[in-house]
Write a protein that binds this ligand. Structure first.
Ligand SMILES: *[C@@H]1O[C@H](CO)[C@@H](O)[C@H](O)[C@H]1NC(C)=O
Ligand SMILES: *[C@@H]1O[C@H](CO)[C@@H](O)[C@H](O)[C@H]1NC(C)=O
Ligand SMILES: *[C@@H]1O[C@H](CO)[C@@H](O)[C@H](O)[C@H]1NC(C)=O
Ligand SMILES: *[C@@H]1O[C@H](CO)[C@@H](O)[C@H](O)[C@H]1NC(C)=O
Ligand SMILES: *[C@@H]1O[C@H](CO)[C@@H](O)[C@H](O)[C@H]1NC(C)=O
Length: 523
């Protein structure tokens, strides 16, 4: 009855004429529509057959706010851009996640990925291990009781198909936490491993030789230089000199292929975007795509001959995975948001966030939300700030205002840490900010001002958001520890510790859990 009245009221408001002025009637109408959708949210407690987990690396709340305004302004929405929402912001359920790890107030991507994917918080820069293993301690990382299994392992044990997609290297910190156990995220290939780690296996070899890596059905991304020795280098496909570069003469791509052939499973290896479009997904059970030596290109400068977009990889992955009898789990990482923030180039970070949104939209077209839990979250934030007081409709990349202190303009976006401060001119007593009005602040290459000079922009320590839709998405509510995400995935799809023979037994487990909780509360 109440929702009927609201619907009638909403209809009345919607037809009562718009003057363009955001007056009281306007805001009543907006709120009524929001109330109306909030009242229509239903709860789906069926088992999640599939899970698609999107991770925007470094996609903190400020990045999302700025990206939605950026997207609206690119579409010519002017002063309406602030009112827009990215597709995943329309999901019915949202939670905040605390991202500190076991030894750092502000964490890195390896430890936050371990929390997200294995349900266990861990030490800075360690991959797929619990807090017993200190950074670089190869010996203790070999102890099985310190190894944390990921949701991909839980899924495989339950007979589900699994996959991951990234626009960074396949062996980079975030995807590595899905299949590897490594005391240091830099051990992507043998060339970065110290002598003290001689007993440990590099991350790339774990992906190809060990479980759950070798049973992952879909692996799409960059990082050939960690998988293959003596890769071909071209101007369009350079080597990432910061990262590991394989030199032990192994060709792990060929080894992956040989293993699949020996097993007699249908498989496909692709190295170019065009080859990916030619894959017969229906007939392919294992798909490996390695498109670049280092990271894939940023979306705004992507050469479509070489790199697929995140959306294209997501579509290929879902089409390959969406045919098993027991469903699938897919993880999609947009790592270039983080890369852009590290370099201090905010526009690239916003553009990559919009590219992630596109991947989410494409995924939503292919899955049945009645049986697929879709989650969009981040691993950690960055130090991006949105400063006062630009008027409505001001370009999000533009000038906010003039400082009353040094009488110079400043941009709306800036960073607390970054690489640019060293270019600030100074005399004996003063540092002078360059005037951004004389700089090309709209450019993809523009580095916003930062307060503190560091070798690269560092991560932020604030909460990240998690948006969810589909079965059990209502478990995303309130403020949680980040490792809660893996547990919701396990609980919703009844895998890992939550695996049960039948739905009846699942209900029993819930009853037992409630009973335990009640005992705890009343004792
Ligand atoms: C592995 O860890 C367990 C638990 O801490 C410990 O009891 C065991 O001795 C360790 N094993 C080795 C080989 O260090
Ligand atoms: C391959 O790489 C290794 C290690 O970087 C190097 O020693 C070797 O000379 C290279 N071989 C060729 C054929 O380039
Ligand atoms: C969702 O699944 C349930 C149970 O299989 C079914 O009753 C319902 O009609 C489905 N809803 C949609 C929209 O497909
Ligand atoms: C500050 O920026 C505005 C545009 O936003 C410009 O019109 C003005 O000239 C700039 N002021 C200075 C002092 O550079
Ligand atoms: C340094 O710059 C400040 C600000 O422009 C100015 O007030 C001051 O006089 C300068 N000092 C010297 C020694 O040039």
């Amino acid at each position: 009855m109440r929702s009927l009245k609201l619907a009638v009221f909403a209809l009345f408001l919607a037809t009562s004429g718009s003057t363009g002025l955001e007056d009281a009637a306007f805001w009543d109408r907006v709120a009524t529509q929001e109330l109306h959708s909030a009242l229509r949210v239903s709860v789906n407690e069926r088992r999640a057959r599939n899970v698609v987990l999107f991770v925007g690396d470094g996609m903190g709340p400020n990045t999302i706010t700025a990206a939605r305004i950026y997207k609206g302004q690119l579409a010519g929405e002017g002063r309406d851009a602030e009112r827009g929402l990215l597709a995943f912001e329309r999901f019915p359920h949202v939670a905040l996640l605390k991202t500190y790890n076991t030894d750092k107030q502000v964490s890195d991507s390896a430890s936050t990925a371990t929390a997200l994917f294995s349900g266990v918080k861990s030490n800075y820069k360690t991959v797929g291990l619990d807090a017993n293993v200190k950074l670089g301690d190869c010996e203790s990382s070999l102890n099985k009781s310190y190894r944390a299994d990921s949701i991909l392992k839980w899924a495989q044990d339950a007979g589900k198909l699994t996959g991951f997609v990234t626009n960074t290297r396949l062996t980079h910190a975030t995807p590595a936490a899905l299949y590897a156990h490594s005391a240091h995220r830099s051990w992507e290939c043998e060339a970065k491993m110290p002598r003290s780690a001689a007993k440990c296996k590099d991350i790339a070899r774990q992906m190809v030789e060990d479980e759950p890596g070798k049973s992952i059905n879909v692996i799409l991304g960059g990082g050939r230089q960690c998988l293959v020795s003596n890769v071909t280098i071209t101007a369009k496909d350079p080597i990432d000199t910061w990262a590991c570069r394989r030199g032990d003469r192994l060709d792990l791509i060929r080894m992956w292929e040989e293993e699949k052939r020996a097993k007699g499973v249908s498989h496909s290896v692709v190295s170019k975007n065009k080859e990916l479009t030619e894959v017969d997904f229906e007939k392919t059970d294992f798909l490996l795509g390695v498109f670049t030596n280092g990271f894939l290109q940023y979306e705004h400068e992507r050469d479509a001959e070489i790199s697929p977009s995140l959306a294209e990889m997501t579509v290929a992955a879902i089409k390959t995975l969406n045919k098993g009898p027991n469903g699938f789990i897919l993880v999609v990482e947009s790592g270039m948001i983080d890369q852009a923030h590290h370099r201090g180039t905010a526009r690239k970070a916003l553009d990559e966030t919009v590219a992630l949104e596109k991947a989410v939209e494409e995924a939503l077209k292919l899955v049945d939300l009645n049986e697929t839990l879709v989650i969009v979250t981040a691993d950690h934030t960055h130090t991006l700030s949105i400063a006062g007081y630009p008027v409505r409709g001001t370009s999000i990349m533009g000038i906010a205002y003039k400082s009353k202190s040094d009488a110079l303009n400043y941009t709306t976006l800036s960073y607390a840490t970054g690489t640019e401060i060293k270019f600030y001119p100074f005399n004996a007593t003063h540092v002078t900010r360059p005037d951004p009005s004389t700089e090309d602040v709209e450019s993809f290459e523009y580095k916003q001002h930062s307060a503190i000079s560091t070798d690269e922009g560092v991560h932020g320590g604030g909460e990240v958001t998690a948006y969810a839709i589909g079965p059990w998405s209502h478990l995303f509510q309130s403020v949680h520890e980040q490792n809660y995400v893996a547990h919701v995935v396990g609980f919703a799809s009844k895998i890992g510790n939550y695996e049960v023979a039948t739905n009846g037994a699942a209900t029993m487990e819930l009853v037992t859990m409630s009973a335990v909780l009640i005992c705890l509360l009343f004792n």
